[in-house]
Every structure is written in structure tokens, then in C-alpha cells.
Design a protein around this ligand. Sequence first.
Ligand SMILES: *Cc1c(COP(=O)(O)O)cnc(C)c1O
Length: 390
Amino acid sequence: MAGGERWATELICSRTGVPAPLDHPSFLSPAGAPWLVEYDLDVEKGRRLLAALPNRPWTLWRYRELLPIADFDGRVDLGEGGTPLVRMARLDELFPGAPFDGVKVWLKDESLNPTGSFKARGLSLAVNRARELGAPGLQLASAGNAALALTAYAAAAGLPTRVALPEDTPKTVFDRCRAHGAEVLSSPGTLVEAGKLLEQGAEGYWGISTLREPYRVEGKKTMGLELAEQFGWDLPDWIVYPLGGGTGIVGMHKAFDELERLGLIGPKRPKLVIVQMAGCAPIVRAFERGEPSAAAWENPATEVWGLRVPKAIGDFLVLRAVRASGGRALAIQESRIAELIARLARKEGVLIGPEGAAVLAGVEDLAREGAFRPGERVVGFQTGHPANYI
Ligand SMILES: *Cc1c(COP(=O)(O)O)cnc(C)c1O
């Protein structure tokens, strides 16, 4: 059994490789880049983890040695992670005429997480760490789902919160954040403008926006660990992911690297495909131009608000991970979303959110252009619960 161990050792700057101590509050590195948690891993540890897993509950905490928590037994835990893979069994009817040729497609249904999105994974880890490290309160700007997750976990941790939302965020988000006791601010524009509201009056609250602290990536990393385990340690050929700030891509790339060092998978990686909406596609544009980082998108226009992120601080890490995997970056037209949501409900019995529909549009595009080889395995991420959009 591997119980009780913590394999995390220190923080490493994702741009320069400079280290920093783990158990100390850390936001951005001196180079202005995200910190990433480093681990001491070997094949023997991999064997111990593998032996311990069958006796552990199906939540993200089953990978406890690969999470940087100090007080495991005292953690806040709302049952995050452990989401199912749902096989898309009627591809011919979903996408008439698209040549799937024995290709298998699953949706990883992240909407079944607490608070209805995969933001729960990252904010679970970030809030737990912030409490361990002595945060007086927490705040972030959000398109909606991050605020729902932060306010729930902070309530459970007994920490006060402030969130800033674009004023056109669905009403349910405002109501539910207030139900968790948060102070809720709002402004016109995107989460970039909303974030400016947080610059004043914070009384030392910690900002835990995407990639501005090291632990949300660690929580999102567990999607990669789960996928590997769900596929019997033989990773799928493609991952299609709806990209906003990029935590999930950076996290899964990191997860696969750690699993290889543990000897649980080999060097082969899924091709990472990111999708953004045509009205706000900064990373897709940078990918197509061969650029190492992405300029801010002017006048972002999409109602798929999980993807309305005009500038991402981890852009260079996302671009690096997608290129290293031999992956792709696709921009999706807004007009396809509503129809795809309706078709999924009718043909597969699954109600998906708009980001999940963008992913399926990407899967369709890849199939129509003949990107998949016969029999390949494709996983798309369905990230937000439709109830979060009303
Ligand atoms: C935040 C969010 C995304 C984008 O996730 P990142 O890992 O930040 O790129 C996608 N879908 C939904 C529903 C989201 O809330």
C-alpha cells in the first residue's frame, strides 16, 4: 500500500525551470509564468500505486500520492472526479455521411462533477491548498463555472470568497454563488473586464484565477490519470478538448508524463485536439501561425461562455503540449452548437452543454477530413452541465 505518502517535492517555473519550496504560498514565478508541481517518481512507486488503486473510492482522491495535499485526512472533499466515459453508439445517425470506419468515440462526462463542471477538480485542489497555506479569503474572475466551484469548495472550507462575473452570465450562477455565501461582483465585457473589479478592496484575499496558482492544474491533471486507468493504461488515440484557459490540456499533458515516469504507460501519447469558437479563438490562431504564444483576441464574441477567454496566461504551455502530441487546433462556428445539443439528446440520450457540443463538432470535422484511422479511439470532453446555463 502506498497510503499516507506524498510524492510532491517542489514547485518548478514552467518557463525557466527555477525551483521554489512547495509548502509556501506561490502565485506566478519571478518570470511571470505558472508554477508547476514537481514529483519524485519511479517504477517501484508506480507498482505500489497500481496495487493500492482497487481498494480506493472512484473519486480523484484515489490518486492521492500524485496530489500535493499535506493533510489528506483533513481535506475538503465533495466527491469530485470519477466521471464516466459514455460511448457514442450511433455515430452514423449523429453525423450522416461522415466516414467513421470503426472509429470509437466516447464523451467523458465532466458535467457530473460537484457544481456541474470539471472546474470542481481544479478548485477542489486549489481551495484545499489555500486553506493549508493560510489564505484569509479567495477570489477570482470567472465566466461562470469556476465561480460556482470556488464558492462551493470555499464554503466547505470555511473561507470567505469574492467572485467577479460578466454581467451576461446566466442568472443561476449569480444565485448559486450567493447561496454559498460569496460576495458577487459583475461588469460588462468578458472575465478580463470583470477581473479588474477584484484589484481593489480585497483585504489580502488570494487570487486563484486559471494558472495563476499551481494547484488547479493538479486537480485537472486527474482527468488524464482517470482516462489512463479507464482505458486499462492504454491511452486513447485522440483527445478533443474545449479550450478556455488551458488548465485541462496542461494538466493532462503533465499527468501522462508522470504516469510514464511511474512506468504505468509507455511513450505513446494521444493526439491533443483543442477546439475554440470562431468568435474567440486566440490559441487556434496562434497554432495556425506557428507562434509560440497567443495574442489577445479582439472583441471576443461567443455565447459558449466557458470558451470566452480572450487571453490565457498558459498559452505557451498549451501550444507546446498540442504540438508535441501531433495534435490540432479547430475553430467551430457558433451556428452548429444548438443543433448538435438537440441531436445528442435525441440520438444518444445525453444532454450536453455548449462546450461539449463544440467538441463534437470538432470530432465531426476530423472525421469528415479523414483524420482518423480505422478503429482509432477518440475521447471528447463534455465539460459543463446544461443546468448551469439558464
Ligand atoms: C472553464 C471551462 C472550459 C475551459 O477549460 P480550461 O481547462 O480552462 O481550458 C471548458 N468548458 C467549460 C464548461 C468550462 O467551464
